[in-house]
Design a protein around this ligand. Structure first.
Ligand code: HEM
Length: 227
């Protein structure tokens, strides 16, 4: 093996082991995942255009074949790395401060920042349930393969399910608010003059995703969307 190749591997390993390297991986995977969440929400909002349009959209996605699998594998890798970095960074933080503060200061921390540690795992648990519910149907008692619109309506007709979706997506909105803001910082996109604008952008992103995703189960619960 050449010296250059060994140097390259060493540099990659050093980057991965460093706190900043982990934060950058967290930011890049977070960017990919938040992009997916926006695209997924825009696609899903077509449910308001009726069953034909929504099922045609779902059929189009299924029709992507190998491309769909490439996207799925990329997303899975992003989720895996994002979670691994979150666990490692949390452990490193705990290592650096073995004794908890006697009195926690909330002065420089937002609600969203303080809740990352449990909004993340809850969103991850939601994702597993969501895939078993609307993709594979294992957690959906009235699942009809191929009829995504019917699965959507019958799924959210159950108030407990709709409520769980709404709570998880509100938590996701908070997670995105702090996550998008941290992403700018980890990638070095920060400047005192732009800080308030970047914070607003992150807030807006969370609000848009939260409202869009809560609107869908809510529309079924309130009878706006029916079979
Ligand atoms: C109210 C909010 C949401 C609704 C109504 C919704 C709806 C759906 C539907 C109907 C499907 C099945 C599509 C099909 O089989 O063709 C699906 C799949 C999926 N959803 Fe969601 N979703 C929501 C939120 C989310 C969130 C927040 C995430 C990620 C954190 C997410 C990740 C996924 C993934 C990864 C798939 C599988 C895509 C695939 O591989 O085929 N969803 N969603």
């Amino acid at each position: 093996m050449s010296t250059i190749a060994v140097g390259g591997i060493n540099r990659t390993a050093l980057f991965y082991q460093s706190v900043i390297g982990k934060k950058v991986i967290m930011a890049v995977t977070g960017f990919i995942l938040s992009g997916f969440v926006l695209g997924h929400m825009i696609g899903n909002l077509q449910v308001f255009a009726g069953p034909e349009k929504f099922n045609a959209y779902a059929a189009f996605l299924q029709g992507l074949g190998p491309m769909l699998w490439v996207a799925r594998i990329a997303l899975l890798a992003a989720v895996g790395l994002h979670i691994a970095m979150a666990v490692q960074l949390t452990l490193l933080k705990l290592d650096a401060r073995p004794q908890a503060y006697v009195k926690k200061s909330a002065l420089v921390s937002t609600y969203a920042a303080r809740t990352m540690i449990w909004s993340g795992p809850i969103v991850a648990a939601f994702l597993i349930y969501h895939l078993l519910h609307l993709t594979t149907g294992h957690a959906h008692p009235d699942f009809k393969p191929g009829d995504v619109y019917a699965n959507f309506i019958t799924g959210f007709k159950n108030p407990a399910v709709a409520l769980f979706y709404m709570v998880a997506n509100i938590l996701l909105a908070f997670h995105l608010y702090h996550g998008v803001w941290s992403m700018f910082q980890s990638l070095g996109v920060s400047h005192p003059r732009y800080t308030p604008i970047l914070k607003r952008l992150a807030q807006l992103y969370g609000i848009v995703i939260g409202l869009g995703n809560v609107a869908m189960p809510m529309a079924v619960l309130t009878g706006i969307l029916t079979l």
